[in-house]
Design a protein around this ligand. Structure first.
Ligand code: ZN
Length: 164
């Protein structure tokens, strides 16, 4: 399968559209995963990757390696460089699968509903713990159903041993 990693230097530029081969590989992964879950197929829009200052700023605000709004995936440039050092790019692929799952969730629910559910679930999980500590925030984030699903697709992809 063609690889995204040859284009990694481009990722550090402000933005680029995810290449067709990687996009198609994602669609195959999603088709397998979500058909098994009994979920309908969703047409995935072209995904845009943002690095550079936009990626740096957005991920800094979110305190994450990646964050997704609609079809736009923002990646922390330093994290991209770091993830590429793991067994050739394996973790970067997994991060992209994770973020692309959020793109799919946006499409499935609609942007407003996705954001509402995401924040409602996060707030609800925080409320249950009666704490705003870093640990409580991390636990709440970890258990948001949309995050649980994105991690499930990510590990499914890793078990397949495929590359984007
Ligand atoms: Zn996520």
């Amino acid at each position: 399968m063609p690889t995204l990693h040859g284009k990694i230097l481009d990722l550090l530029l402000p933005f680029e559209r995810l290449d067709d081969a990687s996009q198609q590989a994602l669609e195959v992964v999603f088709r397998h995963f979500f058909t098994n879950c009994g979920k309908p197929e969703v047409a995935l829009p072209s995904i845009w990757l943002w690095g550079g200052w936009a990626g740096w700023w957005m991920t800094r605000v979110a305190q994450a390696e990646g964050i997704t709004f609609g079809r736009h995936v923002f990646l922390e440039p330093a994290a991209v460089a770091r993830l590429l050092e793991h067994p050739p790019g394996a973790r970067l692929d997994a991060l992209l699968v994770h973020e692309a799952t959020h793109v799919r969730q946006y499409v499935e629910a609609g942007t407003a509903r996705f954001l509402w559910r995401y924040l409602r679930d996060y707030a609800g999980l925080l409320w249950k713990q009666r704490s705003l500590s870093a640990q409580a925030r991390q636990a709440a984030y970890w258990n948001i159903p949309y995050e649980v699903e994105a991690r499930a697709v990510e590990s499914f992809f890793q078990r397949l041993g495929q590359k984007l």
